[in-house]
Structures are given as structure tokens and as C-alpha cells.
Design a protein around this ligand. Structure first.
Ligand SMILES: Nc1ncnc2c1ncn2[C@@H]1O[C@H](COP(=O)(O)OP(=O)(O)OP(=O)(O)O)[C@@H](O)[C@H]1O
Length: 558
């Protein structure tokens, strides 16, 4: 992100304008020191009034131009910052929506949160003041050189003080590293608990949760606030040290300069002018030294984001078959989650020809959802291959595969938007088709309960929408469109009789439409519709049977 901003700064068509205004601003800043030198050196020979009028007009003109140029530089920087902000936010969205899921899960949650917050972190670094401080930094040398030309020891003190300020900034950054790491971890825990308090309000109030929750909350807050405090103390120390160096610089400049004036080696005007120049140089350096903290945080966020992005290349490559019949096969597949001592299953072989129904059955935790995620390509098998129409899933383009599958996950998730947006996603489907399906699964009275109809808002954290309704809408979403393979994870979970009848209707529709179906369920009526049943309770090798399926024309009934 930082490199992208630097590249943008270097390659933007407005860069020459930016650099030219920076040069002019800093050259004009010399005006006040020239003013002091000339005023104090000339009024004796030329007279106070004419000197004062000429020089004051001159310096006011210089200040006026400087203000205009700063404003103009601010405009250029604002547009560059806006472009960099958009870049950063697009990168985050793309990293979290298109990277492969499994490697993403391997990245610790705290780091994923840092990557997600990268645009905000970057914004703290790329304020106009901070960028101006970076642009002005080389001119600190110009100010110090100016002072050197007046009386070299004073310029040298300026250079040394600048170096010291930058060194203090560098040392502070190194000290901050540990605190920043602790903060990221503790802050992630605090955010997670905050999320729980936000979304589990009912459980928090009705279960005896307050004790364990408040203990964890206290620990997380202590950790997060404590490491933030450490970091703020370090920043305060840096600020104090820089102030002290500044005071010392002023004393040394006046002491050495005054001695030179007394000896007749230097003028009073020159001394005041040199002091202004040295102070300017030091001010520029100290502003740059304060960038240590935002630079460190932006660097960490950038590194975390790049870690997430690394997996992206693999997901965008891959073949896009011209046709897809809907044939799935699982060959000698084994899988275990990291840190799991024994495989969840192994040596699994399934052949699912197009238009057939595979039902995964077994008790809770037996691996039904996991096998679905493997067949979706979200997880990769430890051993063996999963193929779609004979092509290994890992070789297929993720984008293409996404367009071929429908998926109703076990968690009925929605995003903040209208019901229509949540059902249609980015597919072009006519309202009539949606309404027909809504009627088919008995949701028309729910739809009619709000005059907004399909445009009724539905929130990601919606608790007002009954569980059974949420599930039915999620199933509807998976079925809409023309996905060749539809995956339904526990489609009847939380459904009443009417809901089960709705699922049966949807299944009948899918069978008639000749889609390939993969369903995780222990429901009898769904098992009766299966061409292939995989019993995940058999360990370590699940049993695969081809039962005598109820003929499709007989339909699926609960
Ligand atoms: N991301 C994960 N990391 C580690 N272990 C996991 C992960 N997801 C699931 N597991 C574990 O893998 C096992 C199988 O889980 P899975 O959700 O596939 O079972 P399931 O048969 O679908 O269960 P249910 O019927 O309750 O939905 C469980 O022991 C679960 O705790």
C-alpha cells in the first residue's frame, strides 16, 4: 500500500506540479529569515522606515504566495490520497472475497483483522500533514545549508539536531513494534467479544454468562488498552525528547552565534536569520520523526494484507470448461483439519453421474459439511482428488466454478440489503421466477406482510426473521438460477412440517430440472430420493451405497 502510494506520487501527471509547489513553498519559507537578516543589518545605514516598509511588503508577499501554494499542494495531495484510499479499499475487498478460503483460515484472526482494517490504518498515515512532512523533508537540508552559509557551526548544529530527531523517531518505531503486535492481538480479542455482545444480546441476558464474559472482557480490554497505553507512552517520550532537543538547539545556536557576534565574525541579523533557518530545518525533521508510529502500523497492515493476497493468484488461474454436465467424483480422498490427530475420513470414493442425488448422512460432527466444503472447492483434500466432469477442482477457475454451483450453507447468511438483492445476487433473474418459487415454498404470506415485497430490507444480523424463514430463503437462493450442481447443507434444519414440505417441493423441482444434487441430511424423505448415500458415521472409511431410489416420478414427500 505504501509502495503503491509512492508509485502514485511518482507517476501521477500532477507530480511535477506537486514537486514544483513543494520547491516554491520551501524557497518562500526562506523569506522570514532573509527579512530578519536584512532588517537588522540595514536599518542603521538606510533608515528604519524605508527598510521596514520594503522588507515587510516583501515578506508579506512571500507569505501570501506560500499560503496559496500550500493550498494548491493540498488539492493535489487530496486527489492522490483519494485515489490511494480507493486502491486500498478495493484491494481489501478483492483479497477477502476472491482468495482461496482454506489458506485464508490458516492466517491468524488478529492478522486478518489487521488486513481488513488496512485502509483505515493507511488513512492515518496518509494525512495531508504527514505527506507534506515527507515531501518537505529534503528541504530541511536546504535550510540547514542556508544557516551554514551564514555561519557554518550553526548550520552544523541544525544538521546534527535533525539527525537526532530522525534517530529518535527510528528508535521509537523499534520500541513500538512489540506494543503494536500485542495491541493487534488484544484488540482482535476485544472486537470478537464486542461482536458477541452485539449479536448475542438474548443469551447474554438469560444465561449465567456475565461472570466468564466480564472476566474475558476485562482481560481483552486490559490487553488492548494496556498495549495502546504503552504505545502512547512511547509516543509521549518521543515528543518530549524531540522538544528537549529543540530547546537545546536554540540555546546552543544563540550561545555560539552570540559569541561570534561579539567577536565581530557574525551579525545580529545573521544570527536571528540563522536561528530561523535552523529551527525550520528542525521542525521539518521532527514532523517526519513523528511518522514512526503511523508508518509502523501501516507497514503491519500492509504486510497482513499481502499475506491474504498471496493466495489470490492460485484462485484466479485455472481452466474454464466450455460445457459442464454436472458429473462429480471423489477419488481416494482423505481429510483432516490442522491439529486433528486422526483423519476425519479417508479412502473415500464416490462417483456421482450428472442429474443424480448424493446424500451425506451421519451424526453431528461426522464430517458432512466438511465433505460438502471439499466438493465446493473451499477445502482441499489431504490426499486424493475431487473432479468435476473429470477435471480436478483445483485446476478449475474459481469464478467459473462459482457460476456452476448453487449452495445453501448450514448458516443462513444474508448481507445488509433488500430481500431481492439477497436472493438474486448478481444474477439476472426475472421477478416472476422468484415470485413463483416463493409461492411454491409457501412464503407468499410472508412476502405480502410487507408492502415493500421483494424490496423489503433484510439485515445481516436480522433476528426478526424466523429461523425457518431464513432457511427457506437460503434454499430458494441456492435453487434460483441454473447451477448444474446444487449443494444443500442440512436443508430441513429448524423447519416445521410446512417447511419440510417446501423442501420436498424444491427437491422435486430440482430433480425435474435434472440438476446434480449433493445434500447433507439424515431426513428419511431426502434419503429415499438418493442415488448414492454416503454414511459418514463409518470411520475412517465412510460407507458408500447405491440404494434403490424412489423413482423421480413418484416425487419426494416428507
Ligand atoms: N474449521 C475447522 N477447523 C477445525 N475443525 C473443524 C472445522 N470445522 C469443523 N471442524 C470439526 O470437524 C468435524 C466435522 O465437522 P462437520 O461440521 O463437517 O460435521 P457435520 O457432520 O456437518 O456436523 P453437523 O451435523 O453438526 O453439521 C467436527 O469435529 C468439527 O468440530
Amino acid at each position: 500500500m505504501i509502495r503503491a502510494l509512492v508509485d502514485r506520487l511518482l507517476t501521477s501527471p500532477r507530480t511535477p506540479e506537486l514537486l514544483a509547489s513543494t520547491v516554491a513553498i520551501n524557497v518562500l519559507a526562506l523569506g522570514s529569515s532573509l527579512y530578519s537578516i536584512h532588517l537588522l543589518n540595514r536599518y542603521v545605514t538606510i533608515g528604519l522606515a524605508p527598510t521596514l516598509i520594503t522588507l515587510t511588503l516583501g515578506v508579506l508577499l512571500a507569505i501570501g504566495f506560500e499560503v496559496l501554494l500550500r493550498k494548491q499542494r493540498q488539492n493535489v495531495l487530496t486527489s492522490l490520497i483519494q485515489e490511494a484510499d480507493t486502491d486500498a479499499s478495493n484491494r481489501v475487498f478483492s483479497a477477502f472475497s476472491t482468495t482461496r478460503y482454506e489458506p485464508l483460515l490458516q492466517i491468524p484472526l488478529a492478522e486478518r483483522r489487521e488486513a481488513l482494517g488496512a485502509p483505515a490504518t493507511m488513512q492515518q498515515l496518509t494525512s495531508i500533514t504527514n505527506l507534506a512532512a515527507i515531501l518537505d523533508l529534503p528541504y530541511a537540508l536546504m535550510f540547514a545549508l542556508g544557516a551554514m552559509l551564514l555561519y557554518w557551526p550553526l548550520g552544523l548544529f541544525g544538521v546534527l539536531a535533525c539527525g537526532l530527531a530522525l534517530l529518535l523517531g527510528f528508535l521509537s518505531e523499534r520500541e513500538q513494534r512489540g506494543a503494536a503486535e500485542d495491541y493487534a492481538k488484544a484488540n482482535s480479542r476485544a472486537q470478537q467479544l464486542g461482536q458477541f455482545l452485539l449479536t448475542a444480546g438474548e443469551a447474554v441476558r438469560c444465561l449465567p454468562l456475565i461472570g466468564p464474559l466480564s472476566r474475558r472482557w476485562g482481560e481483552a480490554q486490559d490487553g488492548s488498552l494496556g498495549s495502546r497505553r504503552t504505545s502512547m507512552n512511547l509516543q509521549a517520550l518521543l515528543q518530549q525528547s524531540i522538544q528537549n532537543v529543540g530547546q537545546l538547539l536554540s540555546v546552543v545556536v544563540y550561545a555560539v552565534g552570540a559569541m561570534a557576534v561579539v567577536r565581530g565574525d557574525f551579525t545580529t541579523g545573521g544570527l536571528i536569520g540563522a536561528n530561523i533557518l535552523v529551527s525550520r530545518a528542525f521542525a521539518v525533521c521532527s514532523r517526519a520523526a513523528y511518522l514512526a508510529d503511523p508508518l509502523l502500523r501501516a507497514g503491519r497492515a500492509d504486510a497482513a494484507l499481502r499475506k491474504v493476497e498471496v493466495t489470490e493468484a492460485a484462485s484466479t488461474a485455472g481452466v474454464t470448461p466450455a460445457r459442464f454436465e454436472g458429473h462429480l467424483s471423489v477419488s481416494d480422498v482423505s481429510f483432516s483439519y490442522p491439529q486433528q490427530p486422526v483423519p476425519l475420513f479417508e479412502s473415500l470414493n464416490i462417483d456421482l453421474p450428472p442429474h443424480q442425488v448424493l446424500v451425506l448422512t451421519g451424526p453431528n460432527g461426522s464430517g458432512k459439511s466438511t465433505l460438502i466444503k471439499l466438493m465446493l472447492g473451499l477445502l482441499s483434500p489431504g490426499r486424493g482428488l475431487i473432479r468435476a466432469d473429470g477435471i480436478e477442482l483445483r485446476q478449475i477457475s474459481q469464478g467459473w466454478w462459482r457460476s456452476q454451483i448453487g449452495y445453501a450453507p448450514q448458516d443462513a447468511v444474508f448481507f445488509d440489503g433488500t430481500l431481492r438483492e439477497n436472493l438474486l445476487l448478481d444474477r439476472d433473474i426475472a421477478d416472476e421466477t422468484v415470485l413463483e418459487l416463493i409461492r411454491e415454498i409457501g412464503l407468499e404470506s410472508f412476502l405480502a406482510s410487507d408492502p415493500a415485497g421483494l424490496d423489503r430490507p433484510i439485515a445481516s444480523h436480522e433476528t426478526g426473521l424466523a429461523t425457518g424463514l431464513r432457511r427457506r430463503f437460503v434454499l430458494l437462493r441456492a435453487v434460483l438460477g441454473d447451477a448444474r450442481v446444487v449443494f444443500l447443507d442440512d436443508p430441513t434444519e429448524g423447519l416445521d412440517q410446512a417447511g419440510q414440505a417446501a423442501v420436498a417441493k424444491l427437491l422435486n423441482r430440482l430433480l425435474t430440472e435434472k440438476r446434480t444434487l449433493v445434500i447433507a441430511s439424515n431426513e428419511g424423505f431426502i434419503l429415499r430420493a438418493a442415488d448414492v448415500v454416503v454414511d459418514m458415521s463409518k470411520k475412517p472409511v465412510p460407507s458408500v451405497v447405491r440404494p434403490n431410489r424412489t423413482p423421480p416420478e413418484a416425487g419426494v414427500t416428507p
